[in-house]
Design a protein around this ligand. Sequence first.
Ligand code: NAD
Ligand code: TDX
Length: 330
Amino acid sequence: MRVLITGGAGFIGANFVHSTVESMPDADVVVLDKLTYAGNPKSIEGLDRVELVVGDIADPDTVDPLVKDADVVVNFAAESHNDNSLNDPSPFIRTNIEGTFRLLEAVRRHGTRFHHISTDEVYGDLEIGESRRFMPGDPYAPSSPYSSSKGASDLLVRAWVRSFGVPATISNCSNNYGPYQHVEKFIPRTITNMIDGIRPRVYGTGEQVRDWIHVRDHNTAVWEIIDKGRIGETYLIGADGEKNNLEVVQMILAEFGREPDDFDHVNDRPGHDQRYAIDNSKLVEETGWSPSFADFAAGLHDTVEWYKANEDWWRPQKDDVEAKYAKTGQ
Ligand code: NAD
Ligand code: TDX
């Protein structure tokens, strides 16, 4: 089996490449990745049966021959950071919308199985304290240029299934954590700040809730959907991991033996989504999937250890990221 993994040098894609070669001895993997600031070839270095092609999903001449040779295409490639989308939305439109369109046109030509990776942020946000969680049929109500571009990409996939019979599925997952995540994101930023002796930065009140899932659990769910999911369907991936940002920062402070108030409140994110929470019952009922990293504290501890042990991986990104945040007072 030949698997084309777009965005396979990024955080979730690289973890997916690792778990695919570990669990599928008959799979050959081709990674198509533009190696933007967020892509790091070191994340997939030295793996057998993995070929890296450096290129853009929005370039049809690059995409077509790779899709032609693939049995399945899994699309992780995206601009993925909300804060960046507030500073400059344009790459989000090109990669997330036009890039998905180009992939869809190629899978339409070649009849290739396509799985599109998306986010729970397409549904907007929930109120802190309410019990409701996102369901697959909820209306789209994205808040940021990032989440609206992901919402647009999902709608293209749905239309290509309905109008052209493209064999595609979509998954919308909650916040991932684990190894190989770029230090611009909340958990790795906080961990690497601690390593560098910088106090963690909490946007606004810090009462916002995210539904954390270990990246390995996200990826086992993706393979379950590729194997057992119904074409044209949307599956929500989440592992009952709701925590507010203050709780997460305080757990990381405790990992470093620091006091629970040893952090700073900084400028809030404009349009900051308040709460995400996933109802995963459709995924569980249809595929039998269950998470293996149910203990967030243990998963977070392992993640802290990974960043301590892999400073050579993240160090080159760190100064640029902090310089960018300094401009917005964050
Ligand atoms: P990431 O930013 O770490 O990685 C994205 C990868 O895509 C990078 O390797 C980058 O070089 C590559 N890329 C960007 N533009 C490209 C282009 N035009 N052509 C080819 N490659 C390109 O992102 P991530 O956190 O791994 O997210 C992967 C996917 O999962 C995204 O679609 C994102 O929306 C979705 N998602 C992420 C999370 C999360 O918590 N990180 C949660 C739910 C869904
Ligand atoms: O330093 C920080 N301090 C802070 O309080 C940073 C970087 C973030 N935050 C807050 C903002 C959010 O409430 O932490 C929360 C998480 O922030 P991010 O890591 O930027 O993630 P989020 O905006 O929730 O989006 C993530 O999950 C959904 C991914 O980046 C998206 O790609 C995915 O779709």
